[in-house]
Design a protein around this ligand. Structure first.
Ligand code: FES
Length: 83
């Protein structure tokens, strides 16, 4: 199932969470404000709130509880990813 991370094409499996698809492609979700530590999710069950990401369509989603959809465009590195 195709999706992009900062414009770069990737493929995930049907049924993947967005978090598992992202972490299969790279090791982190980008820096955590304010100290810049790299996030990779923590609880994986929707409790810790460490996995929110921004999509190009303007949505902010919790990646561990969001199912990957074909064509999702995740923004992790750009200014658009800023909260
Ligand atoms: S990893 Fe904890 S809420 Fe998603």
């Amino acid at each position: 199932m195709p999706f992009t991370i900062d414009g770069e094409p990737w493929y995930g499996r049907v049924g993947d969470s967005l978090l598992s698809a992202i972490l299969a492609a790279r090791s982190d979700l980008g820096p955590l404000a304010p100290d810049g530590r790299l996030r990779a999710g923590f609880c994986l069950i929707g409790l810790c709130q460490d996995c929110w990401v921004r999509l190009a369509d303007g949505r902010r989603v919790r990646a561990c509880t969001t199912e990957l959809e074909a064509g999702m465009a995740v923004l992790l590195a750009s200014d658009e990813a800023a909260w």
